[in-house]
Design a protein around this ligand. Sequence first.
Ligand code: C2E
Ligand code: CA
Ligand code: CA
Ligand code: CA
Length: 275
Amino acid sequence: AKAAGRNNVSFFDPAMEARVSARAELETDLRRALVNKEFELHYQPLASIGGELSGVEALVRWRHPQRGMVSPAEFIPVAEETNMILRLGCWVLIEACGLLARWAGDERTAALDMSVNVSAVQFHRPDFVEQVMAVLKQTGARPDRLRLELTESLLLNDVESAIQKMLRLRELGVRFAVDDFGTGYSSLSYLHRLPLSQLKIDRSFIWDALKEGHGAAIVRMIVGLGKTLGMSILAEGVETPEQLSFVMAEGCHYYQGYLYSKPLPESQLADFLHR
Ligand code: C2E
Ligand code: CA
Ligand code: CA
Ligand code: CA
């Protein structure tokens, strides 16, 4: 092993070594963060195409003691590789359902939907359905206001078991959305077999649509497909009035993006809800 190490030039590559140790540090920090409760949820308001608040998407944030806010794009992949996403995902679900339960008591918030991102690692656990049921029971949240966001690749993996899990939760009223639709391997052949209520069009297509290229055609195709299958269509990442006019003209039902609101911490969300 010693000889192999000596001959392995890349082992001494300082850039690679830096990457490896940064990654190891992130992993250590993540473990500590779970214990020290350094995570919080922000909530991005979702709007009907006419501008009426319809619900929120819960988005996890990590308040790192030295680095400040760390983006989920950086730590979710590491949490998935290390299975820490199981505990983090469970925490996210409890937190989001807790807020959902508190909303039930106020007529201004009782009809709002809560969307929660679910990682493939979480979803494919044999006890995923039981876990969601336990959280709903524990928090007292209404299942029919909860929407779980899944990715295309997650749904492609072991379709039969995915359908069974979704149907069991669907029976309780839980709904499902496909996140970032169009960016993964689309499974047009069995999209219709999955009990999905919403397609979320990835923001890259919304952005491309008003530039050169095929974005507009792709958005049109996704809207047509979703409507044919009886799903609602949400346009992600709407930042400008022009983009809103476009997705409205294409027949999207809902939108989300900085134009309507950025993701908000819970206290600011309360102001937004009661404005
Ligand atoms: P996503 O599920 O596609 O979430 C939407 C992302 O787009 C969020 O990034 C949101 O802040 C951002 N966004 C919303 N509107 C706009 C806009 O108008 N312009 C631009 N440029 N961005 C916009 P965020 O919060 O950084 O999250 C990134 C990704 O991390 C999420 O993408 C999701 O895949 C993952 N993620 C976040 N929270 C969770 C979680 O609790 N569990 C899991 N498994 N994944 C999560
Ligand atoms: Ca999402
Ligand atoms: Ca998305
Ligand atoms: Ca995304």
